[in-house]
Design a protein around this ligand. Structure first.
Ligand code: G3H
Ligand code: 13P
Ligand code: ZN
Length: 349
């Protein structure tokens, strides 16, 4: 089937009360791993590419690989999403290339490092929403700032530095008309999120719940949602790696989020760990090997296993065939005639 609107995937997820994993890709094998996991678990899926990924792979390759996936797996609804767009121009170029969804991360300035002001964030996000919705494309915005730095993107620091203020989240949703709202609740990108199993002092699920109470119909997005499982860390270290002890976001906390309005769950690091562990194992155990297929195949299988598990844990498994995808042109009409309203329902404090 053709690539579908992320808005439709998230609306359906809200009806079904589940979350949808959004998995980052940089190459063909990662796309293949996600698609095999989606088929195995019968899941709709969001495949996302960061600016770094678009540069690394050349984005036309990624676009055509994802189109190939949609032909090869016609039973799986796929939304193709720009992760952490840093500017109107980045989002526009993604839309022009054929992405069906974009994130305008206006929580940072266009340098992708410096936190922006609330007004700057509203202004650039609103501009992207106007451009995207006219074309039937979904928009995710971010209010509050995540911790950490990935590939030069991010404000750095701890996830606690810029936690989302629920009142600002309400105003941001009202003024921008985003389809999905990423919030900062103490997570950060990458492997080093927490130095012990996180509790409520560092992972602010109470803030997420407060935002969901005020914006009960808004699709919330959790970034930095890798769980950084110990077994994946151990494989890397067993075969010559040097990861320091670290904790990610426990799956049960993500599931609590899903019960409180989280519809999109971003996962990259867990897949990176799975791939790296599998490659290290082959090269460590068989140093004579030099055919990339000898280590890329186990790497792809290791990623598939992680993705399939997350799809089951997030609840999207089994939902691939629940609905008939609406064309992007019809989604555009829906935004225009108001049937796909982006005016949030706001509950009193
Ligand atoms: O936003 C964070 C994702 O993990 C993507 O990371 O910018 O290194 O591709 P990246
Ligand atoms: P992780 O680094 O926790 O996988 O987060 C990925 C992410 O948020 C991509 O936008
Ligand atoms: Zn992110």
């Amino acid at each position: 089937m053709p690539l579908v609107s992320m808005r439709q995937l998230l609306d359906e997820a809200a009806k079904g009360g589940y979350g949808v994993g959004a998995f980052n890709v940089n190459d063909m094998e990662q796309i293949q791993a996600i698609m095999e996991a989606a088929r195995e678990t019968r899941s709709p899926v969001i495949i996302q590419a960061s600016r770094g990924a678009r540069q690394f792979a050349q984005d036309r390759y990624l676009y055509h690989l994802i189109l190939a996936a949609s032909e090869l797996y016609p039973e799986i609804p796929i939304a193709m999403h720009q992760d952490h767009g840093n500017s109107f121009e980045t989002c526009k170029s993604a839309i022009e290339l054929g992405f069906t969804s974009v994130m305008m991360d206006g929580s940072l300035k266009a340098d992708g490092k410096t936190p922006s002001s609330f007004e700057e964030n509203v202004e650039v996000t609103r501009k992207v929403v106007d451009f995207a919705h006219e074309r039937g494309i979904t928009v995710e915005g971010e209010i509050g700032v995540l911790g950490g730095v990935e590939d030069g993107h991010g404000a750095g620091g701890s996830g606690l530095d810029h936690i989302t203020d629920p009142d600002q989240a309400v105003e941001f949703a009202e003024r921008t008309g985003v389809d999905a709202l990423a919030i900062a609740i103490g997570t950060s990108h990458g492997a080093y999120k927490f130095n012990k199993k996180p509790d409520g002092s560092v992972l602010k699920m109470d803030v997420l719940i407060a935002i969901h109470k005020r914006l009960p119909n808004t699709h919330l997005v959790m970034h930095g949602s890798s769980s950084v499982p110990k077994d994946l860390q151990d494989i890397i270290n067993q075969y010559g790696g040097k990861l320091k002890e670290t904790w990610g976001v426990p799956v049960e906390e993500i599931q609590l989020g899903i019960r409180n309005g989280v519809r999109k769950v971003n996962v990259d690091t867990d897949n990176r760990l799975a791939i790296t562990g599998a490659i290290r194992k082959v090269l460590w155990e068989s140093p004579e090997k030099f055919d990339p297929r000898d280590y890329m195949k186990p790497a792809r299988e290791a990623m598939q296993k992680v993705v399939a598990l997350r799809m089951t844990q997030f609840g999207q498994a089994g939902h691939a065939g629940d609905y008939t995808p609406v064309s992007i042109a019809d989604i555009a009409k829906g935004y225009k005639d108001g049937s796909l309203s982006t005016r949030p329902l706001v509950a009193a404090k």
